[in-house]
Design a protein around this ligand. Structure first.
Ligand SMILES: Cc1cc2nc3c(=O)[nH]c(=O)nc-3n(C[C@H](O)[C@H](O)[C@H](O)COP(=O)(O)O)c2cc1C
Length: 221
């Protein structure tokens, strides 16, 4: 039996000539319209818009790690929260990713939001959260959700609420305070914000960390 498939010839995926959705700023680059002073502000704006536009799972991201020999692996994890210090996700100590991170604490995160034609790539180093911090966040996730803390960003609240809902579902019948739960914070060194335009072009904005602060550059193709 021949299982070979030609994705392009069979027209699977985007049809030829497909263009991205009409940009909300009337043909002008959304990147250009909304310059952001820092990648965190940029991220916050995009997440906020993604939530408003009904992106299905804006908190689902591809976490890529690599073993000490350089063999890469990737999988989806849920973003728990973010701040200017970094991006937090939860995972299981008895997992491949945990051991890869122990060997090589560098990773990349990737978000793809089909509905808004946006992709965000983030690279950096991982630091484990303390056991107390993990326990407190899990307790909050499983027991209740107070959405009223005014100092928390709207985008962060939405993400955390989505994470908590998943955690509650997952926790049914399981011991969520199990010491297998752990969390990592990725401290970013580099960001790329990509978005498709209606004319088939795409815009990219890069931010890289320098001793003097964030260096931002643009690229339109
Ligand atoms: C939508 C979705 C959300 C997921 N969220 C998480 C998560 O937050 N943490 C996690 O460890 N695994 C999560 N997983 C499972 C991982 O993708 C992966 O299968 C599992 O963690 C084992 O990965 P590893 O063998 O590379 O360690 C999620 C999977 C999907 C499809």
């Amino acid at each position: 039996m021949n299982l070979a498939r030609n994705i392009v010839a069979e027209g699977i995926g985007r049809p030829a000539g497909y263009h991205y959705r009409t940009p909300i700023f009337n043909g002008i680059s959304r990147v250009a319209v909304a310059p952001a002073p820092s990648p965190f502000t940029h991220f916050t704006r995009w997440v906020t818009e993604a939530v408003k536009q009904g992106v299905a799972e804006p908190n689902a991201m591809v976490l890529a790690t690599a073993s000490s020999t350089g063999m890469p692996s990737s999988r989806i994890v849920l973003l728990h929260s973010f701040s200017e210090s970094g991006f937090i996700f939860f995972t299981d100590r008895e997992s491949r990713k945990y051991w890869e991170i122990a060997e090589n604490p560098k990773a990349s995160l990737l978000f793809y939001w089909k509905e808004t034609q946006q992709q965000i790539r983030i690279e950096g180093k991982l630091v484990p959260l303390s056991a107390e911090s993990v326990a407190a966040r899990l307790k909050e996730a499983v027991e209740s959700m107070s959405a009223e803390s005014g100092d928390v960003l709207y985008a962060n609240l939405c993400l955390t609420e989505m994470f908590n809902e998943r955690a509650r579902q997952w926790a049914k019948g399981k011991n969520v305070t199990s010491s297998r739960w752990c969390a990592f914070e990725l401290t970013p060194e580099r960001f790329e914000f990509w978005e498709g335009q209606a004319n088939g072009a795409s815009d990219r904005k890069f931010y890289s960390r320098t001793p003097a602060g964030w260096n931002a550059t643009d690229k339109t193709v």
